[in-house]
Design a protein around this ligand. Structure first.
Ligand code: URP
Ligand code: ZN
Ligand code: ZN
Length: 470
């Protein structure tokens, strides 16, 4: 079936490995040609976009989003469903997400996969995959993993803390061994559960119950210890591992040290840890602080600086959003008097690329190529999205066209998530796309959404190659 053609003409094409003045021709959902002055040799096209003065880059890949994600303990759901969340993503230059499918206690991973597909498929406007969150490890679950990996679901999320989702080290070892054997990847939220539980109890007993105490109940050592433990267990099992949302210099150093001794570990951080710091937990701010409650929490400036260094020197490989949006009124405010009742997480799918672009590229900390690597090419490589994250013939035609000079003043109403605040209120950001293109179709066209609900497709993901994914 003819799915049409599109020529992006006159822009600067930026990939993870270089930049050039080049046109990009797309046909039937794929990139057909990239080069200077393409046109005549390739026949008629349905549409030409004049990208003069713009940067043409791979669409963003966000491998850590929580859309329509239930927090069972609190009886709430993240505020975005797969429509609002993926629309927000499209406006922020994201063309693929990898979300999560939660295994019910006593349920199978296969059931979790089927259920989640039914939730995502009717709503997503961009392409999607999902990691299966393993919460209940048993013989049946371990036996399912090989087939899941071979059928396009190679990554499994585990929580080392977090109530009913938590698994212990004994189960983590079993999962790592099974993943290592079959080409799978364990993706770990690393915080020491005993320490977190103890510190929360101590805070509550001392009457330290306001939102700001969330942060002091989860200090950097809690994260660094669990990160090191997860890495060491992966090393023992001979399996690759991906560390979710690194926030502290200690955790980042454990990743760097392990990589230096040959362990197959990769790591991500998120924009909130790069542009916010622990001052958001100012005790005087009252319940407003709840807007910034996420786990791990934001850290002091020395950690922020260490994360930027780790992104620039390659010891952290990707930036994802950990988009876990909750409304302030009615959701976050449920915990004004008890921080344990605040749903954890921040909205961020739409601002991820602009934040890394502005604070990374515009500020001179990262090259444009490194920006593409961190936000598109590396996430694709790490999580088996072999058709995505590149601008080259044969790849999916997922492209963003960005005017690097255009600035947007951030406030909740200019963003598209179903939340009533932005953690980045008052910031001015570059890097929003003028056009977002998914499989050759323009889905955001100079500020207008042109995507149909449900057009997003499940992406077939390949097993993990522990050598190339590094
Ligand atoms: O606070 C956060 N990050 N909430 C989302 C759940 C997760 O993955 O930690
Ligand atoms: Zn997490
Ligand atoms: Zn998360």
């Amino acid at each position: 079936m003819d799915k049409g053609s599109l020529l992006i003409r006159g822009g600067t094409v930026i990939t993870a490995t270089g930049r050039s003045e080049a046109d990009v021709l797309m046909r039937n959902g794929l990139i057909e040609a990239v080069g200077p002055d393409i046109g005549d040799g390739f026949g008629a096209v349905d549409r030409i976009i004049d990208a003069t003065g713009h940067w043409v880059m791979p669409g963003g890949i966000d491998t850590h989003t929580h859309l329509a994600h239930p927090i069972g303990r609190l009886g709430v759901m993240t505020a975005d469903d797969f429509y609002t969340g993926t629309v927000a993503g499209a406006f922020g230059g994201v063309t693929t997400i990898v979300d999560f499918g939660l295994q019910e206690q006593g349920g199978t991973l296969d059931a979790a996969r089927e259920h989640r597909l039914g939730v995502i498929d009717p709503d997503a406007v961009i392409d999607f995959g999902f990691h299966l969150i393993v919460t209940d490890v048993n013989e049946e679950v371990l036996a399912e993993m090989g087939d899941l990996i071979r059928s396009g679901f190679p990554s499994f999320k585990v929580y080392m803390t977090y109530g009913d989702k938590k698994i212990g080290d004994d189960d983590l070892i079993l999962l790592l061994e099974m993943a290592g054997e079959h080409g799978g990847l364990i993706y770990a939220h690393c915080e020491n559960d005993c320490a977190v539980t103890h510190l929360i109890e101590r805070h509550l007993a001392e009457g330290k119950t306001g939102p700001a105490y969330h942060a002091t109940s989860r200090p950097p050592a809690v994260e660094a210890e669990a990160t090191n433990r997860a890495i060491m267990l992966a090393e023992l099992a001979g399996a690759p591992i991906c560390i979710a949302h690194v926030t502290s210099s200690g955790a980042a150093q454990h990743v760097a040290d392990a990589r230096a001794r040959g362990v197959t570990v990769v790591a991500e951080t998120c924009p909130q840890y790069l542009v916010l710091d622990s001052s958001v937990y100012d005790l005087g701010a009252g319940c407003e602080v709840a807007k910034f409650v996420c786990s791990p929490p934001m850290r002091e400036q020395s950690h922020v600086a260490a994360l930027w260094e780790a992104l620039a020197d390659g010891s952290i490989q990707q930036v994802s959003s950990d988009h876990a949006p909750f409304r302030f009124e009615g959701q976050k405010t449920g915990g004004c008097d008890n921080f344990t009742q605040i749903p954890n997480g921040l909205p961020g799918i739409e601002t991820r690329l602009p934040i890394v672009f502005t604070e990374g590229v515009v500020s001179g900390r990262l090259t444009p190529e490194r920006f593409v690597e961190l936000t598109a090419t590396a996430p694709a490589r790490i999580f088996g999205l072999t058709s995505k994250g590149r601008i080259e013939p044969g790849a999916d035609a997922d492209v963003i066209v960005v005017d690097p000079e255009r600035e947007v003043d951030i406030t909740a109403s200019v963003l598209h998530s179903d939340v009533d605040y932005s953690p980045y209120e008052g910031m001015t950001l570059n890097g929003f796309p003028t056009w977002t293109i998914s499989r050759g179709e323009v889905i955001v066209d100079e500020g207008a959404l042109t995507a149909k609900r449900g057009r997003g497709q499940l992406v077939d993901r390949a097993p993990i190659d522990p050598v190339t994914f590094l």
